[in-house]
Design a protein around this ligand. Structure first.
Ligand code: SF4
Ligand code: SF4
Ligand code: SF4
Ligand code: FES
Length: 1002
């Protein structure tokens, strides 16, 4: 069986496989038929296995340290599958000698200088194996490889001379991250790991996701932030360090490794005192990667992902390396109060007194509904819960909202209309196992990078089909089986045409619909206009392509549809989200694993911000504000009278500021000036407020308009929980103390509330979660002890702690347990290119920056790789206008203009231009208008027409040579291709007397 086949079978089907009996060292053992033998052996007896990482990575078979005898034959246990009745011996002399010999070969590639090595933290597999095998001397002398250490990436370095050629980095890059940068040059005289077949790291296609460093079993790949920091002696000058290494090597022949290792063991133990490892959850996107953060005092040494339910070993560049902002000199550390001459620092006492006095006065003079609160989707569930409770129970208003108004509210509306819960139907695991993934208007590889890796992997290794609808050729589009480019703002039409096709061609799941879905007749009637021909005409996609897509959908046993801001930032956003869910219902793609609707949430806790009731129409747990029963329930729970009226959303608050009905805003962790559309209009509204309080970690653009700025603490300085896009609730633990006088958001809100008479006494975020669980049925069984460490729960969580990784398995949360089709209709996008504004402006996130870059611009390495933004234009447009990459242009919309350099690229076509959101020079929303989705008021950011004015100045390419987009050329392989190593003339399988080409046992 080939290595690739072994990788496939190591992760697929083993859980469900039949149990068989085998013998290990004479003991009868039960194992799964077909699982990798190394897994069965390791459950029974520890043996070395340096290159074997996990079923996720599969067998790599490069190190030969896992040799055992099977029915008398010497085999690699990682490259062998369990079959019934096999007789396995791990402790025969032959097997032990083979393992020792294999390890000796490894030591020829790696110098054991552990005491002065930054990786000497009890997790180095080479060190641990040397100890386990009681290695005293080595037969193959260490030979450095004739290559320089590569320091060209801002975040990590590769030391070829320490590289044991295990290939785990390659396997991770090729089959888990699927960036396909790494390979091993097995045919080189001195094999080594290669980036893009032989480039230096900086400027290769490497996206700095860190998978390779995470899985490297030794110090060959290391985070630069660890170098000279982790060890007691490793920080000494290089010359002295080299001298020490020479001393160690000199005494090794006489003393043996045993004594030397004892010293390094002691040094490693001493590190435990000063290096703290704290479990946290990523603060960037809603994939919700969990990992340990290693800190030494306030220094962040590294991020170690391993056990996260959402991500396992995976991260992207932001989660792995994007942490400089936490200790950045620009962090707010004191409250600020506006004066006539700008801001001055103030004490908490003064700032809080000012706020509470003014809020009290405004409430008295203008009523509670003249005040509003905006909760951050970056803060914890507990922070958000207290803020919405403050609005409702202390101020007395439902004027409460969060930034899902800018992105996710339409998706939630579409799901509420059809299936009843505003969350992903299943887990990331379901997306990975689906037969067909359809991505509509989402740049998944850049906006949800780790989730994208699961699709790329399933597509590359397991035959998953992938369809991408996007006006721009992003990475997923490039990989897709079908990529098509509907005219912007018309997705609803082709989606409805798909539903109609299913009914017309006998592919609709009529039995499923009859049993589980209401309103079929009305829905089918509503589909009448949506013929393929109509869709082709409106969407500007050939009928043949649409039919091909329909056939793919009809043929797929399971289908997941993923969507994001390419859908939700149009005027028909809620209806398009509804059309997606309608199509999934028509094709029976709910109520099973591997199916369903997946709105890809943006911020780390945007799902949670909705769940805890940071919206004007819902209490925590999506309970209606205007349902008298819910109203009474919350009045009783909180012991105060509550407003029965639905409150104002973000947009309505701003309108209220203009008409004088809205006077005060308390805004946490939200840079509305950058995030909201039509910036000038928002700024005007801020200026009209009597009181504007902003709580943030940096002095954002929005802070400029504030009366009081309060310094908040970022995730690493807090306890709490985040809820990711899969409804997964995960704990984060405080890794660092709050910097300066900054405070966790929940503490600030509680202090303000108590000064206004609330009498709250929450001592810890767990107290807040207990209260949330008592009022919100979807959180009923959520408790901190059930979320200890890496434990997670996916809501709804029953009181006994049972959660629901897959929704709707037993029906839909409507009174009759059935879902419902919700008919929708199409109207043309609001702003279309015309004679005056002849280009369509698209915008979105970029991998290395998060949104506008408030945090990521404060990360040195990211800034180095991607310092300036640019406008992507097509080759056709560049030719038509006679311009090339680096040319400065003015982009002008009906609402504003900005000056920027162009980048000519094949990613965009024709008269569409693309502007990444990150910017230090001013937000993209200078250009966008106020038109919005009518159901949710989510701005139609992606319906903007612009024109270009070519400026005289020609500049450099805005991409830096260090950036992976500049000249990266990936080298796809299905894995590490160990077979090429086995073909080398100098390769001999340990335990064999002469050169052989071996095949793993079947
Ligand atoms: S993309 Fe770069 S950082 Fe990520 S696994 Fe590949 S080589 Fe390593
Ligand atoms: S750099 Fe790659 S091949 Fe070398 S030791 Fe690390 S994981 Fe193994
Ligand atoms: S930004 Fe998203 S994908 Fe990247 S590490 Fe954080 S949670 Fe994971
Ligand atoms: S662990 Fe089996 S060959 Fe490396």
């Amino acid at each position: 069986m080939s290595t690739l086949e072994l990788v496939k079978t190591s992760v697929v089907g083993v859980e469900a496989a039949a149990k068989v009996g085998i013998s290990i060292n004479g003991d009868s053992v039960i194992a799964a038929d077909g699982e990798l033998l190394v897994e069965a052996v390791l459950r029974h007896k520890e043996i070395p296995h340096i290159c074997y990482h996990s079923p996720l990575m599969g067998p790599i078979q490069t190190c030969d340290t896992c040799m055992v005898e099977v029915d008398g034959q010497l085999v690699r246990s990682c490259g062998t599958k369990v079959t019934s009745g096999i007789n396995v011996v791990t402790e025969s002399k032959r097997a032990k000698d083979a393992r020792a010999e294999a390890f000796d070969v490894i030591l020829g590639n790696h110098m054991l200088y552990c005491t002065v090595c930054d990786n000497n933290n009890e997790n180095c597999r080479v060190h641990n194996t040397a100890l386990a095998l009681n290695v005293e001397h080595q037969e193959h002398p260490f030979k450095p490889k004739p290559y320089e250490v590569d320091m060209s990436n801002p975040f990590y370095r590769y030391d070829p001379s320490q590289c044991i050629l295990c290939g785990q980095c390659v396997q991770a890059c090729q089959t888990v991250q699927v960036n396909e940068t790494l390979s091993i040059g097995w045919e080189l005289e001195h094999p080594r790991v290669l980036w893009d077949g032989g480039m230096q790291i900086g400027g290769s296609s490497c996206v700095s996701c860190g998978h390779c460093i995470t899985v490297c079993p030794c110090n060959a790949l290391m985070e630069k932030s660890m170098l000279g920091e982790a060890g007691f002696l490793s920080g000494m000058p290089k010359e002295s360090l080299n001298k020490m290494i020479d001393v160690v090597k000199a005494i090794e022949p006489e003393m043996g490794y045993g004594a030397i290792m004892q010293v390094s063991q002691t040094e490693s133990k001493m590190r435990e005192e000063r290096i703290k490892q704290t479990k946290t959850v990523c603060t960037y996107c809603a994939v919700g990667c969990s990992y340990d953060v290693w800190t030494k005092d306030r220094k962040i040494l590294k991020i170690v992902p391993q056990h996260g339910d959402a991500n396992q070993i995976s991260t992207c560049v932001k989660g792995k390396f994007g942490w400089d902002f936490v200790n950045h000199e620009e962090r707010l550390q004191k409250p600020l109060i506006r004066t006539e001459n700008g801001f001055r620092e103030a004490s908490w006492e003064e700032a809080l007194s000012l706020i509470t006095e003014k809020l009290g006065k405004i409430k008295k003079e203008h009523g509670p509904d003249s005040i509003g609160i905006v909760v951050s989707s970056k803060t914890t569930n507990e922070d958000g819960y207290l803020m919405q409770k403050f609005a409702r129970a202390v101020i007395g208003t439902n004027n409460i909202d969060n930034c899902s108004r800018y992105c996710q509210a339409p998706a939630t509306t579409g799901l509420f209309r059809t299936v009843g819960y505003g969350g992903d139907a299943g887990s990331i695991e379901d997306i990975a196992k689906s037969k067909l993934v359809v991505i509509v208007g989402a740049n998944t590889a850049e906006a949800h990078p780790v989730l994208a890796t699961r699709i790329k992997r399933a597509h590359k290794l397991f035959g998953q089909r992938l369809i991408v609808a996007d006006p721009r050729e992003n990475e997923m589009a490039r990989r897709a089986n079908i990529h098509f480019r509907p005219r912007p703002g018309t997705d609803l039409v082709w989606l409805c045409a798909m539903s109609r096709y299913m009914f017309d061609h006998g592919h609709a799941k009529l039995d499923f619909i009859a049993r589980w879905v209401n309103n079929e007749a009305d829905f089918r009637k509503s589909l009448e206009p949506f013929t393929m021909e109509y869709a082709a005409r409106i969407c500007k996609v050939p009928v043949e392509t649409l039919e091909l897509i329909a056939q793919e959908m009809a043929a797929a046993d399971t289908m997941c549809i993923l969507w994001a801001m390419g859908v939700t930032q149009h005027i028909r956003a809620s209806d398009t989200s509804t059309a997606i869910s309608n199509l999934l219902l028509a094709t029976g793609n709910y109520m099973r694993p591997g199916c369903g609707a997946y709105p890809l949430r943006g911020h780390n806790n945007v799902q949670g911000a909705g769940d805890i009731g940071a919206a004007p129409n819902i209490y925590p747990g999506y309970q209606s504000v205007n349902d008298p029963e819910m109203h009474a329930k919350f009045e009783q729970a909180w012991g105060v009278p509550l407003s029965p009226n639905i409150g104002m959303n973000n947009h309505a608050m701003m309108e209220g500021a203009y008409d004088g009905t809205f006077r005060a805003l308390y805004l946490a962790g939200e840079d509305m000036i950058s995030a909201d559309s039509n910036v000038a209009w928002i700024a005007g509204a801020f200026e009209k407020l009597d009181l504007f309080v902003v709580q943030d970690i940096f002095f954002s653009e929005t802070c400029r308009y504030a009366d009081v700025v309060l310094p908040a603490a970022p995730a690493l300085e807090k306890d709490g929980t985040f809820t990711n896009t899969e409804r997964r609730i995960q704990r984060l633990y405080k890794a660092l103390p709050e910097l300066g006088d900054s405070r966790a958001d929940w503490k600030i809100t509680q202090e303000i509330a108590n000064r206004m008479g609330a009498g709250w006494n929450f001592q810890h975020p767990s107290d807040i979660m207990d209260e949330l669980a008592s009022v919100s049925p979807i959180h009923a069984g959520v408790r901190y002890d059930r979320l200890e460490g890496y434990n997670t729960l996916q809501w709804p969580v029953a009181a006994d702690g049972t959660d629901q990784p897959i929704l709707y398995l037993n029906g839909f949360p409507f009174p009759d347990n059935k879902a419902k089709f919700h008919p929708v209709s199409f109207t043309e996008p609001e702003e279309q290119p015309d004679e005056d504004f002849d280009l369509f402006l698209n915008n979105g996130r970029q991998l290395e920056h998060f949104h506008e870059g408030n945090m990521t611009y404060r990360v040195g390495g990211i800034r180095e790789e991607t310092p300036e933004r640019y406008l992507e234009i097509s080759q056709d447009l560049a030719t038509e206008r006679g311009i090339e990459t680096g040319r400065w242009v003015r982009v002008i919309s009906r609402h504003g203009s900005l000056v920027i350099k162009v980048l000519v690229t094949a990613r965009v076509e024709g008269k569409q231009v693309y502007l990444p959101l990150f910017s230090q020079e001013g937000p993209v929303n200078i250009l966008t208008g106020s038109h919005a989705d009518d159901a949710t008021h989510t701005p139609a950011y992606k319906e903007t027409a612009v024109k270009l004015k070519i400026l005289p100045k020609q500049g450099d390419n805005p991409l830096r040579p260090l950036n992976f987009r500049y000249s990266g050329k990936p080298t796809p392989q299905t894995g590490v291709e160990v077979e090429r190593k086995w073909k080398r003339a100098d390769y001999r399988m340990p335990g064999t007397p002469k050169l052989v080409q071996i095949q793993p046992a079947k």
